[in-house]
Design a binder for this molecule. Structure first.
Ligand code: ADP
Ligand code: XUL
Length: 539
């Protein structure tokens, strides 16, 4: 009988499950929220309330998706072989539960669907998620109580950010004090889903905990100053904090009876999607970085020792290995690319074809692609700015959005590490080689593509494997696991075209001028843009 390991990823648009044995992936299933659970009426997994700054999702939808996913897995896999489960959640999202939650979880009836039993347990029906940018005021208030930007970063690892859980909790407390009062526990997406499987309140790990502006990044404990700055009596409403590799218990009898799990199936702490992806692409050494091109685009790296971005754009989270990771996050990732694709009625193949036939540097046409409020750089009012680029120019817009995304990534990631030797790519859009070619040319670094795009679920499966073997005293080193699984999964390396180096170095400067002009009242970029065009496109 083989040992199987299950990794789940409750992300923005879908719930994914990946099952491995001790050497390879054996099964993958996915539940797309919009398509398979249409009764929640989500678009790309979310709902927009009031204005485009308030973005929520449904915790009950994630629970329903879990049952749909487990049914798919059950018809394809011998469930009793699954030895351990861990998971991943979109980061920062908060779930607000009342005093019935723990008791309900402890007494689940396998004959009734979970959603029927859990629907009375929420003190807030929807959950604000990472795309929500409606807490500017609360961010300012909390930052001020900390004593300014640098103090905030030194204590929590990040500036206060609109999507982070602390400012979101403060907003809920201010707008709905009764709802806050009725809240017994506030979970993250990761710890909420872990609780459902555990049949009791699960802890939050140091990776996801660092995305709240509530955890002290050095001591990895809840920080009293942060709690006081956020909302009254918050400490009693938060789960405990723990290491990502800890075993939190065994799977609840609901899942044993309904889906045939073994009664000894271990549950490992869940974490955020980015910390899980760190493992899922094998970043366990210094100097390696990855880009994740999912709903959000992120750029992240493993970090042995704590190194903060005191300018306030980046974050430091706990890594699943017990160390740290750096990260910057863009809201205008896949959904912004889709805006251009849809505006011109393209499919991804046609989109790629255009990328291929247009010239690097785009004849000096530049876009600042703030289709949605942006995180880095901070843009609260979405607007797309174009320089020398007509809104209806199909070819110009396709290349402009991709170049803009990676120029911005190169510009704002400089604090993270010295120039890496290789970048690992993951997330839905990493399947697209032509997008990766533009990224490789802009960074002038080779990019490694993998044959699976679901690195968060995969990372969770590998974490459960490692914790299980550590538990049964057959310890495996991370390097051993990563080498076995990942070396075979690297499918191609996208090599930068050296002849574009000088042009993109200069374009980076031009892009920065455009950004400074729009966001910080900087000088007019037009003279620089004209010179750039003359030098690279009319000589
Ligand atoms: P998340 O985990 O954040 O929910 P995924 O990593 O699954 O998201 O990525 C989903 C996105 O991948 C989709 O929104 C889609 O735009 C993008 N995507 C999928 N295939 C391609 C492709 N061939 N080229 C570009 N983008 C793609
Ligand atoms: C990271 C972030 C997003 C979400 C959703 O800080 O906000 O990457 O984790 O993927």
């Amino acid at each position: 009988m083989s040992d199987y390991f299950l990794g789940l990823d409750c992300s923005t648009q879908s719930l994914t499950g990946i099952i491995t044995d001790s050497t390879s992936i054996i099964y993958k299933a996915i539940v797309n929220f919009d398509k398979e659970l249409p009764h929640y009426n989500t678009t790309n997994g979310v709902i927009i309330l009031d204005d485009d700054k308030v973005v929520h999702s449904f915790p009950l939808m994630w629970v329903e998706a879990l049952e749909v996913l487990l049914e798919k897995i059950q018809t394809n896999i011998s469930m009793e072989n699954i030895k351990a489960i861990s998971g991943s959640g979109q980061q920062h999202g908060t779930v607000y539960l009342n005093d019935k939650f723990a008791n309900t979880l402890q007494n689940l009836n396998p004959k009734e669907p979970l959603i029927n039993q859990l629907k009375g347990c929420f003190s807030r029906a929807t959950s604000p998620i990472w795309m929500d940018s409606s807490t500017y005021k609360q961010c300012e208030e909390i930052r001020e109580k900390f004593g300014g930007l640098k103090e905030t970063i030194k204590i929590t690892g990040s500036n206060t950010f609109e999507r982070f859980s602390g400012p979101q909790i403060r907003k809920f407390y201010q707008k709905n004090p009764e709802g806050y009062q009725q809240t017994s526990i506030i979970h993250l997406v990761s710890s909420f889903m872990a609780s459902v499987l555990l049949g009791d309140n699960a802890p939050i790990d140091h990776g996801d905990g660092a995305g709240m502006n509530l955890m002290n990044i050095k001591t990895k404990k809840w920080d009293k100053r942060a709690l006081d700055a956020t909302a009254p009596n918050l400490i009693v409403k938060l789960p405990s904090l723990t290491n990502s590799y800890n075993i939190i218990g065994k799977i609840s009898s609901y899942f044993i009876k309904k889906y045939g799990f073994d009664a000894n199936t271990l549950l490992i702490t869940w974490s955020g999607d980015n910390p899980n992806s760190l493992i899922g692409v094998g970043l366990i050494d210094k100097g390696k970085v990855a880009i994740s091109l999912g709903t959000s685009d992120t750029y992240f790296g493993y970090m042995k020792n704590l190194h903060l971005d005191l300018n306030g754009e980046g974050h430091v989270f706990g890594a699943p290995t017990g160390d740290y990771m750096s990260l910057i996050c863009y809201k205008n990732g896949s959904l912004a690319r889709e805006r251009i694709k849809e505006k011109f009625n393209l499919d991804w193949a046609k989109f790629s074809e255009i990328l291929n036939k247009t010239s690097p540097g785009n004849n000096g046409k530049i876009m600042l692609p703030y289709f949605f409020p942006e995180i880095v750089p901070l843009v609260l009012e979405p607007k797309v700015y174009r320089f020398g680029l007509d809104e209806d120019d199909i070819e110009g817009n396709v290349r402009a959005i991709i170049e803009a995304q990676f120029l911005s990534m190169r510009l704002h990631s400089e604090w993270i590490s010295e120039k890496p030797k290789e970048i690992y790519a993951t997330g839905g859009a990493s399947a697209n080689k032509d997008i990766l070619q533009v990224a490789a040319d802009i960074f002038q670094i080779p990019i490694r593509q993998f044959d699976i795009t679901g690195s968060a679920a995969f990372g969770a499966a590998l974490r459960s494997l490692k914790s299980y073997y550590d538990f049964i005293k057959k310890k495996k080193k991370w390097s051993e696991i990563i080498n076995k699984f990942l070396e075979t999964r690297k499918i191609s390396e996208i090599i930068p075209d050296i002849k574009n180096k000088d042009m993109y170095d200069e374009m980076l400067n031009l892009y920065k001028k455009c950004e400074d002009h729009i966001l910080r009242n900087g000088e007019d970029p037009e003279p620089t843009r004209k010179k750039f065009i003359k030098k690279y496109f009319f000589s």
